[in-house]
Design a binder for this molecule. Structure first.
Ligand code: NDP
Length: 458
């Protein structure tokens, strides 16, 4: 398989451009610049950082067409979804520009001792971000926006498959007036990650990606006593207890599962359906999956499913599907790869997945719908909570009280009642168990890389 920072269009699997790793001397320069800029960036009044954040939002908005093309070219999502991703970045920078000053404002603590006690949010310093390819702009935005406004500075290592996305984000930030040292895209190897985290000038690291990457980076951070935020995988269960129209519910669930070709941490990877809804539900997702035809991400009107982010991802997912079938799962639609170049995997529907099968425990990061038949809420919750992950989850019922009572028992960081998801700039995002630690977005996204300093005044 190909390695190194490269733009390899998954629609054709052709390498369009390659980028060199930077040298250790250049890593040192980047660290020095991030540290030096931290002194002046954090000393500015917050209003100036907010002003630049607003200009970043405006620049994303102005350039969203061309930026979206970079995303579609590098990781294969259709252009309309890529534009929506840029739009999310706009909303994140605007949210933190609007709310950052209040979120980071001094808060008086009630105190009996007679002195005045104030809780402050102070920046920490330079941070390392390690980000994945599934939302190459959004993943950066939700880390960068609150931290830049707080006064932290950032070194950003993007996925090797998204170098031009990494460069484009850096360019947008600079065009909007962010000083060079405040945010630097770095093309580094995995081996160059440890010395950066170990460096006294780095105060923390935020990673979004796989469990494997998260564990590797958290281990390094632990060794060097650095704060970590981890947004790792998920295998969200969406539970259907009752529905007025099982087919309509199935269509919505299917649409969500196909979003970003299923490569989202909070995709509804497991659909747990009550017996009386099950046949209609399964029939409807099977029909919907069978109707899709492959398309070109840059011409999304011509098809309705798209390649995965890379050939390696397609091979891995295809192996997971084959293994599930070999281990006894029932295949209703898809199950293979279409006869054409590119990282395509057919939209696939599986049922009959049991605890003995790998698919029961793994994250299937692509267009695979797994449908489980459940007797009642109790059985659904037992299956849902048996996952090693705990990112998001949802319960649906025409009886909202029933749905909420069940939802309250989900072991997740985000729990939805009669709605597929809550992702928005102002909603905290993150998980429990092996889905990671810490929160991004919303008010909590501004609470991670801060010195919650106590100021005690006589
Ligand atoms: P990775 O976790 O390997 O990639 C995410 C980021 O972590 C990339 O920038 C990657 O860099 C970096 N990284 C990986 N290993 C290390 C390491 N040891 N030290 C430092 N940085 C590292 O994701 P994959 O592309 O391998 O995808 C595998 C699976 O991960 C998916 O199938 C999915 O299950 C899960 N995933 C979940 C995501 C989510 O949003 N929760 C996002 C992406 C993946 P590099 O590109 O250089 O390897």
């Amino acid at each position: 398989a190909e390695t190194g920072f490269r733009t390899q269009n998954p629609e054709s699997n052709e390498v369009e451009e390659r980028f060199d790793y930077i040298s250790d001397a250049e890593v040192e320069q980047a660290l020095a610049a991030a540290h030096q800029e931290y002194r002046s960036w954090s000393a500015r009044p917050m209003s100036e950082r907010v002003e630049i954040a607003r200009r970043i939002a405006d620049t994303f908005e102005e350039q969203r067409g061309e930026l979206a093309e970079i995303i579609s070219t590098e990781m294969g999502k259709p252009l309309n979804e890529a534009k929506a991703e840029i739009w999310t970045c706009v909303s994140i920078f605007r949210y933190y520009a609007d709310n950052g000053p209040e979120l980071a404002a001094d808060k008086v603590i009630k105190h009996e001792g007679g002195f005045k006690a104030v809780l402050q949010s102070r920046p920490l310093g330079a941070l390392l971000g390690i980000m994945p390819w599934n939302f190459p702009f959004y993943q950066i935005a939700r880390f960068a926006a609150p931290n830049l406004i707080l006064g932290n500075t950032i070194l950003l290592k993007h996925a090797e498959t998204c170098p031009q996305s990494g460069l484009a984000v850096e360019r947008v930030f600079r065009e909007a007036g962010l000083p060079d040292g405040a945010y630097q895209n770095v093309f580094i190897t995995h081996d160059q990650v440890e010395p950066i985290i170990a460096d006294a000038r780095i105060q923390g690291v935020s990673l979004t990606g796989s469990e494997r990457a998260g564990a590797a980076v958290a281990e390094i951070a632990g060794r060097h006593l650095k704060k970590v935020v981890l947004e790792l995988g998920g295998s969200d269960a969406h539970i259907y207890l009752n529905a007025d129209d099982a087919r309509a519910a199935a269509q919505k669930a299917f649409g969500k599962r196909m979003y970003n070709m299923g490569q989202a941490c909070t995709s509804n990877k497991r659909l747990l359906v009550a017996e009386h809804l099950y046949d209609d539900f399964l029939d409807e997702v099977t029909r919907a999956a069978g109707e899709l035809v492959p398309g070109n991400p840059l011409k999304p009107a011509e098809g309705n499913y798209y390649p995965l982010s890379s050939e390696a991802a397609a091979v891995r997912l295809n192996e997971q599907i084959q293994r599930a079938v070999d281990q006894g799962a029932t295949l209703h639609a898809g199950g293979g790869r279409p006869d054409q170049p590119g990282a395509y995997v057919e939209p696939t529907v599986l049922s009959g997945i049991t605890e003995e099968m790998d698919a029961y425990h793994e994250e299937l990061f692509g267009p695979v719908v797994m449908v489980y038949k459940v007797k009642n809420a109790e059985e659904a919750l037992a299956i849902a909570n048996s996952s090693p992950y705990g990112l998001g989850g949802a319960v649906f019922s025409s009886d909202r009280d029933e749905a909420q009572a069940a939802a309250e028992q989900l072991e997740t960081g985000m729990t939805n009642v009669n709605v597929g998801g809550s992702e928005a700039a102002d909603m905290p995002f993150g998980g429990v168990k092996r889905s990671g630690m810490g929160r991004e977005l919303g008010p909590l996204g501004m609470d991670e890389f801060v010195n919650k300093r106590l100021l005690y005044i006589n």
